[in-house]
Design a protein around this ligand. Structure first.
Ligand code: AMP
Ligand code: MG
Length: 488
């Protein structure tokens, strides 16, 4: 187990093209204090969880001190925001502090979000508010608990530094941990600035560090693109199945490893509404929940175009086709798991769509519907609509669907494990917007109890947690359709 004294950093990213970043020293926060620490993330880094008790921990991760061997760097990238190319992006309020290498040789980037101004800050102050840091912290733990690929967060540090958003708020930092912070936008930047040699070097770097098995493939770059298409498909299929809307799927927020990345005004769906828009600045609904699969394709097309110095058109088209096929396959697979189906049948798509239609029509809580269904035995199904009384105003239409579902289950070779496996794929606890909001309001008063409780249940969202059963309840009326500011 490493301590702060034995924590060493590699800086392989900074050995790439110098145009890919600039060295920047973090700007200190005033009177920093620990808000929360995630020992599960420390474990990934092989870091002794007792590091949080070391007084240097807060100093380092509030930008007041850097460790020997750390060489903080603001990454340069660009990207398409809401469909428009923006050449001026980059780490405007975060720094790559260094790369931690574990005993098995795995690389983890340590990134400090909210660390002050950089050459890419444009008009911004380089800061992150406590509110948005808590949202990212909870969301990354929630996704990890759901086994959805994501970046992680080691800790949040609060401070007395004031920042101005809609109101005056306090600044915080989030210690982000990810296998890589490379985005589609890194490649777009090198492509649009004509740095095509550097682009190839970056692709080689990604293969070397993240897809070493592709180095010996007949066309390594085409295989790399295809792999990234596949990872993106798996990520978005998982979002659609769990009811997660990212909210800002700009290409600078798309990870080359298919990690859910850069949590902003995201939202988990309460009542099922496919056109749900979680980002209230997204006037056209470009990033609405049901648009995410198509936006994934759009983003991969933009990424593929940026790879044209390395790929021909057929290779790009193959990757994009692979994405569409994989997304469909993965989504069907995930939905089957939610329904306890172990074999594929051609009637399944209709079964899913009729169910989703019902959930939409009756504005039913998506998570609780599936969790409740995970409690109803096969023999109970035809008369089982009373189980759903709390979720449906009228269960008559549901009755018909339950009968179809029971019939479909007859095709299964073995249904003895059905309820157990369904409960392993249908979370009881999700990070509902109102819960995140309550946790934020309490934390702003110095009370971190709800963050603590949420971190416990979100790490194991499929288990029962009897002492905090309330966190699995339907949202109160005020907690539905909360408008989440995209300021952060
Ligand atoms: P985001 O919407 O968080 O993905 O950010 C988009 C771009 O704006 C990135 O290049 C960020 O680094 C930058 N940015 C966002 N907020 C700030 C801020 N408060 N100060 C400086 N740059 C920022
Ligand atoms: Mg971003």
């Amino acid at each position: 187990m490493k301590t702060l004294s034995t924590l060493m950093f590699a800086n392989s990213y900074s050995e790439l093209a110098t145009s890919l970043g600039m060295s920047v020293i973090p700007q200190p926060l005033d009177q920093p204090y620990l808000v929360h620490f995630n020992p599960l993330v420390a474990e990934k880094l092989e870091l002794d969880p007792a590091v949080v008790l070391d007084t240097r921990f807060i100093e380092i991760f509030s930008g007041n001190k850097i460790l020997a061997n750390m060489s903080p760097l603001a990454m340069k990238y660009s990207g398409h925001q809401f469909g428009q190319y923006n050449p001026d992006l980059g780490d405007g309020r975060g720094l790559l502090l260094g790369e931690v290498i574990t005993s098995t040789g795995k690389k983890w980037d340590l990134h400090l979000k909210g660390s002050g101004k950089t050459p890419y800050s444009r008009m911004g102050d380089g800061r992150a508010v406590l509110r948005s840091s808590i949202r990212e912290y909870l969301a990354s733990a929630a996704m990890a608990g759901l086994s959805i690929p994501t970046t992680h967060a080691l800790a949040i540090i609060g401070s007395q530094t004031s920042v101005i958003r809609e109101n005056v708020e306090t600044a915080a930092t989030l210690v982000r941990v990810a296998e890589s912070h490379l985005r589609f936008g890194h490649f777009e930047y090198l492509f649009y600035t004509g740095q095509h040699q550097e682009l190839q070097q970056l692709a080689d770097y990604v293969i070397e560090h993240h897809f070493p098995e592709l180095a010996s493939a007949p066309s390594p770059y085409a295989s790399l693109f295809k792999q990234i298409c596949q990872r993106t498909a798996a990520m978005i299929a998982a979002w659609q199945a769990v009811g997660f809307a990212h909210g800002v799927m700009n290409t600078d927020n798309m990870s080359i490893l298919g990690l859910t990345f850069d949590y902003g005004p995201f939202g988990f769906i309460d009542d099922y509404e496919p056109s749900y828009i979680c980002n209230h600045s997204d006037y056209s609904g470009r990033y609405a929940f049901d648009q995410q699969p198509a936006i994934g394709l759009w983003n991969l097309s933009a990424f593929g175009y940026a790879l044209t110095p390395l790929l021909n058109k057929t290779e790009i088209d193959d990757g994009l086709e692979h994405y569409q096929h994989q997304l469909q396959q993965q989504y069907s697979h995930n939905m089957r798991q939610k329904l306890g189906l172990t074999i594929a049948d051609e009637s399944d798509t209709q079964l899913f769509s009729e169910l989703l239609q019902l959930l939409k029509q009756y504005k039913v809580d998506y998570t609780l519907f599936f969790r409740t269904l995970s409690q109803v035995r096969i023999d109970e199904l035809p008369h089982g609509e009373h189980h759903f009384n709390a979720l449906f105003q009228c269960t008559l239409a549901l009755k018909t669907w339950l009968a179809c579902y029971q019939q479909r289950l007859q095709l299964e070779p073995d249904t003895r494990q059905r309820l157990t496996t369904m409960r392993q794929h249908n979370p009881k606890y999700i990070l509902r917007n109102y819960l995140a909001q309550q946790a934020i309001e309490e934390a702003e008063q110095g009370n971190y109890q709800l963050i603590e409780q949420l971190m416990t249940v979100l790490a194991h969202p499929f288990d029962e947690h009897e002492d905090v059963e309330k966190l699995a309840q339907l949202p109160p009326h005020w907690g539905k359709h909360l408008e989440i500011s995209c300021s952060s």
